[in-house]
Design a protein around this ligand. Structure first.
Ligand SMILES: [Zn+2]
Length: 457
């Protein structure tokens, strides 16, 4: 299941020795980074041993020791809801149907009050957790807004999340989502957010911030909202993202429209190469073929789908049909962790229940290159992108591992990287965040939630 490449020259080097220098294409730091003595340098295009130089022409050189380590591209969490990082293990959200989960989460949001201060605190915690777990790009599908918010207030919320990610040195894809929003208001808000935060095409010049649009799904948003957000995407050159075929989505679509979600998305113009759909659990073989023919990409989120009881997406079948599948954690309300490598392990473990066992390298490709392609970001997801995770495999939990790349997933559950680099900048060194004080991020969220709703003592 190699990720499908867009047309371009960057297809060499598979499984062979490196013959061309890899240059940073999405750098933010004016420095040259040298990674020394890696046990394995792996990305979706191949693997080798030795050194890796990310040379952007600067004279200042930073060195990282990768002795006893596997080096991968920074992980791409292609589907998260960062707001939910403040609302994990909420009573009434475990083992319940969606019809109960949704109002329980909504009540907690409104008790806490969604505003720039809260979303900055939840985003900071979620983004920092991701960085400490090797995630260098996170797609935040932001669905929840304060009641009767002005368009300007929604821009302030989006900007607060973007600033939180930038301060921590993480790449962010901010997905202006909606869930039962008024269509015209959602469109005006998405238009204002894109205008305020990104140039045409949806990505800042340094590659650190991207804006996309994304209704939560046909279970929550009607044709008018899909149309309004689609128009904004077309006007600004943004990617479109949504969720479909969690079981609940199918049930509601059948009840409300007498149709299945894929039929509706097709009719509403949302089966296209610029669209990525998360979950995709309950699909027929015919729907898989239709998604592939339309050029849609997907995001697998087993760390949400399994605990919510939705089932296991047939990833091997989707990929065999030609659908590029990324990997996402989804949010803290369903998956209480933002640890993408843990979910890559889960994806391996459950894959055999619904088809052939996925190879570890295929799942690593999902968590890196394929996620980048689904975001429309061919500049990301490879070692040469300048985003790296350095995984120490020298401890007892990896002793006896015959294949250290496969062992990244199969062995040492909960593994965290020793070092993490974004755009040539070291943001985690020796397991410690370099861009913020972790304890301060925790304290800020804890105090905020306690002050507002008494949710945390
Ligand atoms: Zn989700």
């Amino acid at each position: 299941m190699p990720p499908r490449e867009p047309s371009g020259p960057d297809d060499g080097g598979r499984n062979g020795p490196e013959t061309r220098p890899r240059r940073v294409r999405a750098t933010v730091a004016a420095m040259t980074l040298v990674v020394r003595d890696a046990m394995v340098l792996w990305d979706a295009e191949g693997e080798r041993i030795g050194d890796l130089t990310l040379d952007d022409g600067a004279t200042e050189v930073t060195e990282i020791d990768a002795t006893g380590c596997v080096v991968t591209p920074g992980l791409i969490n292609a589907h998260h809801h960062l707001l939910q990082s403040g609302f994990r293990t909420l009573p009434g959200t475990r083992g319940v149907p969606m019809a109960q989960w949704l109002p329980t989460m909504a009540a907690a949001y409104s008790a806490a009050g969604i505003d720039p201060e809260l979303v900055a605190a939840t985003a900071a915690v979620g983004v920092a957790e991701g960085l400490l777990c090797g995630v260098t790009t996170v797609a935040d599908h932001h669905l929840n807004w304060p009641h009767d918010a002005s368009v300007a207030a929604t821009v302030d919320i989006a900007r607060a999340i973007a600033d939180a990610a930038r301060d921590l040195g993480s790449r962010l894809v901010y997905v202006r989502g909606s869930a039962r929003d008024d269509a015209a208001w959602a469109g005006a808000s998405a238009d204002a957010i894109a205008s305020a935060l990104v140039p045409h095409g949806g990505v800042t010049a340094d590659g650190m911030l991207q804006v996309a649009v994304g209704p939560a799904g046909v279970h929550s948003d009607g044709e008018a909202t899909f149309a309004a957000l689609g128009e904004v995407a077309a006007a600004h050159g943004l990617r479109r993202r949504t969720q479909a075929n969690e079981q609940v989505d199918v049930a509601i679509a059948l009840e409300r429209y007498g149709r299945r979600p894929i039929d509706l998305l097709e009719e509403w113009g949302w089966l296209a190469p610029d669209v990525t759909i998360a979950h995709l659990v309950d699909l027929t073989a015919e729907e898989v073929a239709r998604l592939a023919a339309a050029g849609v990409t997907g995001t697998h989120a087993p760390g949400c789908d399994v605990p919510m009881g939705w089932g296991v997406a047939r990833v091997a079948e989707l990929a065999a049909a030609g659908i590029t599948m990324g990997l996402g954690t989804s949010g803290g309300g369903s998956n209480d962790a933002g640890h993408l490598l843990a979910d890559a392990r889960l994806a391996l473990q459950v894959s055999g229940l619904v088809g052939p066992q996925l190879p570890a390298r295929d799942v690593l490709a999902m968590a890196t290159r394929s996620g980048a392609l689904g975001l429309g970001r061919p500049d990301l997801g490879l070692l040469g992108s300048g985003d790296l995770a350095v995984w120490d495999v020298a401890g007892v939990a990896d002793a006896g591992v015959a294949d250290p790349v496969a062992g990244l997933l199969w062995a040492a559950p909960g593994r965290r990287p020793r070092h993490v680099v974004v755009g040539g900048r070291v943001v985690v060194r020796d397991g410690v965040l370099t861009t913020a004080e972790e304890s301060e991020l925790v304290a800020r969220l804890r105090e905020l939630l306690a002050a507002r709703a008494g949710l945390v003592s």
